[in-house]
Design a binder for this molecule. Structure first.
Ligand SMILES: Cc1cc2nc3c(=O)[nH]c(=O)nc-3n(C[C@H](O)[C@H](O)[C@H](O)COP(=O)(O)OP(=O)(O)OC[C@H]3O[C@@H](n4cnc5c(N)ncnc54)[C@H](O)[C@@H]3O)c2cc1C
Length: 226
């Protein structure tokens, strides 16, 4: 059994300064106001324009954008992700993938709960000794689940039947494609302190990276809001 860290990879190319992404939205949005003459090559007009759109709640204009991100998370977190109805998804299938195969090292992979525990309001107040006990219990449960899964396959079960014993912690790859408006809604809900610690583990660093690489669009969203 592999115990992996959660993570993400941005799949959509983003221009060096992120200005091209804003200029695209500006070109489209200025049609509404017939203010195309205000467009400047340095991107300053684009920043100002997109800032105005967001401040005024004219977010339909920022739907003219797209961003795909590949996440490595557990299936509990991916289940939360797929609730975002305006996004599009592609996810590793536990029906078709057979983890007993050589290709997967004849083992299942699970996402470590350690970082989640560190961000869990109640658990982080517990003594280290008890946290360790909880963690070892979790590890045992993962090994048991793997043993049952492999045994079912050995007895002739298909992967789509054996998956029934896979834990929520099973590692999955899921790609989310959405426009910036939907990503904004996603980040507001999924970086907030009320969000699950293990979804925050990937959404907070992703938001920080996007804030660095694409000006303005995500600047007003903070992980401690909500
Ligand atoms: C802290 C937290 C706890 C949660 N707990 C639970 C739980 O216990 N049980 C549970 O079932 N779910 C739970 N959820 C999931 C939650 O109910 C939503 O399904 C999920 O957050 C997606 O939110 P959304 O519908 O706003 O997003 P999206 O589906 O991404 O939609 C984005 C926005 O589009 C608009 N929109 C989308 N569809 C419609 C529509 N049909 N009509 C009108 N406007 C629409 C809304 O403005 C919406 O905010 C929880 C979510 C969070 C963040």
């Amino acid at each position: 059994m592999k115990v992996l860290e959660a993570g993400y990879e941005i799949l959509t190319p983003i221009s060096d300064t992120g200005i091209e992404e804003l200029q695209h939205i500006e070109r489209i949005g200025r049609v509404c106001y017939k203010s195309e003459d205000k467009i400047t090559d340095d991107g300053e007009s684009a920043k100002q324009f997109v800032r105005m759109l967001i401040a005024n709640g004219h977010e339909a204009m920022i739907e003219h954008s797209t961003l795909s991100v590949l996440f490595t998370v557990d299936r509990g977190v991916s289940h939360e992700m797929v609730r975002h109805r305006l996004a599009s998804f592609a996810q590793e299938s536990t029906r078709y993938v057979n983890y007993s195969k050589e290709k997967f090292g004849n083992e299942i992979s699970v996402i470590d709960i350690k970082n989640g525990i560190d961000d869990d309001g109640r658990m982080k107040k517990m003594d280290a000794e008890y946290i360790e006990k909880v963690y070892l219990e979790w590890l045992d449960a993962m090994k048991d689940a793997e043993r049952h899964y492999m045994k079912m396959i050995e007895l002739g079960a298909t992967s789509q039947m054996a998956r029934s014993v896979l834990p929520n912690a099973t590692k999955t790859n899921i790609i989310i494609t959405a426009n910036y408006r939907e990503w904004r809604a996603f980040f507001k809900l999924r970086t907030a302190p009320s969000a699950h610690p293990q979804i925050r583990e990937v959404t907070i660093p992703l938001l920080a990276e996007l804030q660095k690489r694409i000006p303005v669009v995500f600047d007003d969203i903070t992980a401690d809001a909500g």
